[in-house]
Design a protein around this ligand. Structure first.
Ligand code: GRF
Length: 224
């Protein structure tokens, strides 16, 4: 059986330490996933760098983390603006910083087709459950409430739905009998911090690709 032809999503010359992939990270809160990505970008053989961190909320911890890493930041408040006006402002900031890949890390706004059309297959999100189970808010609590024995996290391409885009990588974590939302949340977060930088690295290596059926794959993002 021949394997389907695959087209890398990032098609420019391979990103390397001297010409890294320029990543824009969008946040709304604590930014522990941002921190994992910032830390990975500091390693000697990193193929990406965080070009800018954008938030729709001023004063959040994630912006402090970015400032500490001497990374440029912006705040675009969504309040009092139409969705299109908000998305246009975010888009303009990302373009100004020559961003090539948009990474959502706890960004609490749904992006519409208005934005996504300009960033086709270049927006990724991380969700604290094994999609397609438990999309939307409080994925950790949903898994507990349903009595699931296993949960985890999922990195996926963003489409116009809520947590519905093609899956790039997942990590499973066990759910223990005495788990609470907090204890399970800690374990899920640890899995997120391990997998998200690997997916960004896969983009930078040209290893995230789409086949002629529209199926995406992130080679090297899973441990196998
Ligand atoms: C993560 O659990 C992620 O799955 C979800 O939002 C949370 C963000 O956490 N989308 P942090 O701000 O990265 O700590």
């Amino acid at each position: 059986m021949t394997s389907a032809a695959r087209t890398p999503i990032i098609t420019r010359a391979p990103c390397a330490a001297e010409d890294p992939l320029r990543v824009g990270v969008l946040v709304s809160g604590s930014g522990s996933n941002l921190q994992a990505i910032l830390d990975a970008a500091q390693t000697p053989d990193a193929r990406f760098r965080v070009a800018v961190v954008g938030s729709n909320v001023a004063g959040v911890r994630a912006l402090e983390r970015a400032a500490h890493a001497q990374t440029p930041t912006f705040v675009e408040d969504h309040k009092g603006r139409s969705r299109e006006a908000f998305e246009d402002a975010v888009h303009a900031q990302l373009v100004q910083h020559h961003v090539e890949l948009v990474v959502l890390a706890g960004f609490m706004r749904v992006l519409t087709a208005h934005f996504l059309a300009r960033w086709s297959k270049r927006v990724v999100n991380i969700h604290p459950a094994l999609l397609p189970a438990f999309p939307g808010m409080r994925g950790v609590k949903q898994a507990l409430d349903h009595g699931a024995r296993v949960s985890g996290c999922t990195v996926h391409l963003v489409d116009a739905g809520v947590d519905t885009g093609p899956i790039l990588a997942q990590r499973a974590v066990p759910i223990l009998d005495d788990d609470t939302e907090d204890t399970l949340g800690v374990r899920v977060h640890a899995a997120e911090h391990e997998v998200y930088p690997r997916v960004v690295t896969a983009f930078a290596r040209g290893d995230v690709s789409v086949d002629d059926q529209g199926r995406v794959r992130a080679r090297g993002a899973d441990p196998r």
